[in-house]
Design a protein around this ligand. Structure first.
Ligand code: CAA
Length: 257
């Protein structure tokens, strides 16, 4: 695949997508979001891929939506084109997507990281929703996902002051799952992705779907939803293989069926 604003490669069963607009600190231009969506379409359809890692550069995961593109927007154009909706493609991906964040993850960059399934952060990572300093508010999920992840009080402070949060605070607050030395970030993210990709793909996809459901519905309905998927697992070859391998004291070889 030939792209101008992202780089893609595969390592075994893992796809690595790098945001690649170094001169703009990976600002999320319309073209970048379109290309990211196309890459996700491709990897989601590729049966050989079991997990996707999304990363940026050492300096910036992404410094937000592209301010130079947005500066002259008027309401009707913004409303009609609704470019921010393109980020929805990330959360809609049915295969797991890990954000590997080093440097700035600001505005749309923080929102993009939060659209992934979990965030591995380098010790250099800085998160923030600085839209308020530009005379606007977050528009790619910042007021919604950040609030669910770190709670109302901290989300309110982040969005109303625009201050940045270092990696350690982001981990304490529950925004990121783990902090890694910057030099190890990509290797560790790929290792984590390989581990996930080696499991049963339907089990991974259903676990992801069920956790996402937890954010949308009440507990009783969520438990019923989980139970339905859990019972369905007994129709897969991977369940037979996983449990046989345990009893035979050997490693499981999952086929994705
Ligand atoms: N959009 C467009 N260009 C950006 C950008 C952005 N979000 N962030 C950085 N750039 C560009 C800069 O304009 C600069 O380009 P030039 O060399 O052509 O001037 C280049 O990237 C390097 O940036 P800086 O010189 O500013 O680098 P720095 O190290 O001094 O500062 C920074 C780094 C603190 C991240 C600073 O660039 C910054 O504050 N960026 C903007 C962050 C921001 O406000 N993000 C929110 C955007 S709005 C949004 O995302 C809306 C939404 O929710 C959908």
């Amino acid at each position: 695949m030939a792209f101008e604003t992202i780089l893609t490669e595969t390592r075994g069963h893992v796809a690595l997508i790098r945001l690649n607009r170094p001169k703009a600190l990976n600002a999320l231009s319309d073209q970048l979001l379109t290309e990211l969506g196309t890459a996700l379409d491709h990897f989601e359809a590729d049966d050989a891929i079991g997990c996707i890692v999304l990363t940026g550069s050492e300096k910036a995961f992404a410094a937000g939506a592209d301010i130079k593109e947005m500066a002259s927007l008027d309401f009707l154009t913004a409303y009609k084109n609704d470019f921010a909706h393109k980020i929805d493609r990330v959360a809609a991906c049915r295969k797991p997507v890990i954000a590997a964040v080093a440097g700035y993850a600001l505005g749309g960059g923080c929102e993009l990281a939060m659209s992934c399934d979990f965030i591995l952060a380098a010790d250099t990572a800085k998160f923030g929703q600085p839209e308020i300093t530009l005379g606007i508010m977050p528009g790619m999920g910042g007021t919604q996902r950040l609030t669910r992840l770190i709670g109302r009080s901290k989300a309110m402070e982040m969005c109303l002051t625009g201050r940045m949060m270092e990696a350690a605070e982001a981990e304490r607050a529950g925004l990121v799952s783990r902090i890694l030395p910057a030099d190890d970030l990509i290797d560790e993210a790929l290792k984590t992705a390989e581990k996930i990709a080696d499991f049963s793909l339907p089990a991974v996809m259903m676990a992801k779907e069920s956790i996402n459901r937890a954010e949308e519905i009440a507990l009783a309905e969520g438990l019923r939803f989980e139970r339905r998927l859990f019972n369905a697992m007994f129709g897969t070859e991977d369940q037979k293989e996983g449990m046989a391998a345990f009893m035979e004291k050997r490693g499981a070889q999952f086929s994705g069926r």
